[in-house]
Design a binder for this molecule. Structure first.
Ligand SMILES: Nc1ncnc2c1ncn2[C@@H]1O[C@H](COP(=O)(O)OP(=O)(O)OP(=O)(O)O)[C@@H](O)[C@H]1O
Ligand SMILES: [Mg+2]
Length: 332
């Protein structure tokens, strides 16, 4: 049969067959007919019909047409398929207008060094010449203000509902601690936390930033879910210590991040060793992080020593090389 007349035959045949779920002729749903390997492929598109999100019925409907064309019209050189099910648009995610990358620092377990590492990474990025912001999203124990000695600053400058971040040597800092009193943190509930997070991220005058580093609380709670669902997060750095308990919690965090499609830049194995008289001791044991790396789909891992100098950001040269390596993870 000549190609054009074959197409006419197919259109007429589809017009004579009624789609069982919508009671309309199948011809209403034809989006294309293509000729491939001596067969005609009829592509049906249900995107503006009531079937649009019902994968099962759509598949059944296509099979049904194929059977009818073969049986009632003797058309054996056809395949009926469907264009993909309409993509349900996800609500647009937020990111401050001039922020290039938003990176979260997360752990699962508390006290493993998230805030310390977040602050060190932010300062290192700043020293590398980037424009950097540091957001402390820990509602229950904001510690970034203490690390930067800005603990007492609670009266933020606010113009037209937009808050001015605190600056420390060029680093822009905002913290849950600036919005809530420590004593009231325990009574904060999900919606309040979400609202405060929105204020910190979207209603702060971050200006132009290459990186906004977000320090998160321990666990996989409201803040993490809110960050994942509502904001355009470019990736995460996972902090753990060598103990099995910390690693298990880190795996839980990675699992959550995988579920919400947040990329993991790498793992920081904090407080992994201590150097005494030229010897390396591992006071917390040596936990293999193979599973964690596989689960996080990364090869990037860095071990940091136990060293009180890490707490003093201006003299934290002890981990300068490692911090540089971490900044390199963020470039990809
Ligand atoms: N590598 C390190 N060497 C020595 N001390 C460290 C190191 N990393 C973190 N610390 C110290 O350990 C303590 C806990 O660190 P930090 O507050 O950063 O942990 P965190 O994971 O943010 O805790 P939280 O879960 O409570 O927010 C702090 O006193 C910090 O100075
Ligand atoms: Mg912390």
């Amino acid at each position: 049969m000549e190609k054009n007349s074959a197409l006419n035959v197919l259109h007429t045949a589809c017009g004579n067959e009624i789609e069982p779920y919508t009671n309309r002729p199948y011809s209403d749903y034809i989006s294309d007919i293509v000729y491939k390997h001596e067969e005609y492929v009829i592509i049906l598109d249900y995107t503006s019909s009531i079937l649009q999100n019902d994968k099962e019925k759509i598949t059944d409907s296509a099979k049904c047409l194929e059977a009818k064309l073969r049986k009632n019209h003797n058309l054996n050189f056809i395949i009926v398929t469907t264009s993909s099910i309409k993509h349900i648009a996800e609500p647009a995610k937020n990111k401050p207008k001039c922020v290039r990358k938003m990176v979260i620092i997360a752990s699962g377990k508390g006290g493993v060094g998230k805030s310390t590492i977040a602050a060190n990474i932010a300062v290192k990025l700043l020293h590398c010449g980037y424009k950097v912001g540091l957001l402390d999203a820990d509602i229950y124990g904001p510690s970034i203000p203490a690390i930067f000695n800005t603990h007492d600053v609670v009266n933020l400058d606010v113009h037209d509902n937009i808050m001015e971040p605190i600056t420390s040597n060029g680093l822009k800092i905002m913290s849950m601690g600036f919005l809530i009193k420590k004593s009231t943190a325990a009574i904060w509930r999900g919606p309040m936390t979400t609202k405060a997070l929105h204020q910190l991220i979207m209603m702060t005058n971050w200006g132009e930033l290459d990186y906004l580093i977000v320090d998160t609380p321990p666990g996989t709670g409201d803040i993490h879910l809110s960050l994942a669902e509502k904001y355009e997060i470019d990736g995460a750095i996972i902090v753990t210590t060598p103990q099995a308990l910390a690693t298990i919690d880190a795996e839980r965090m990675v699992d959550m991040l995988n579920k919400v499609n947040i990329k993991i830049y790498g793992i920081v194995n904090n407080m992994a060793f201590i150097k005494v008289n030229g010897f390396f001791l591992e006071p917390f044991g040596k936990e293999e992080h193979i599973n964690l790396l596989i689960q996080a789909n990364t090869r990037n891992i860095i071990s940091l020593p136990i060293d009180p100098k890490i707490q003093d950001l201006n003299t934290a040269k002890v981990i300068d090389k490692e911090l540089y390596q971490i900044t390199q993870w963020l470039c990809h």
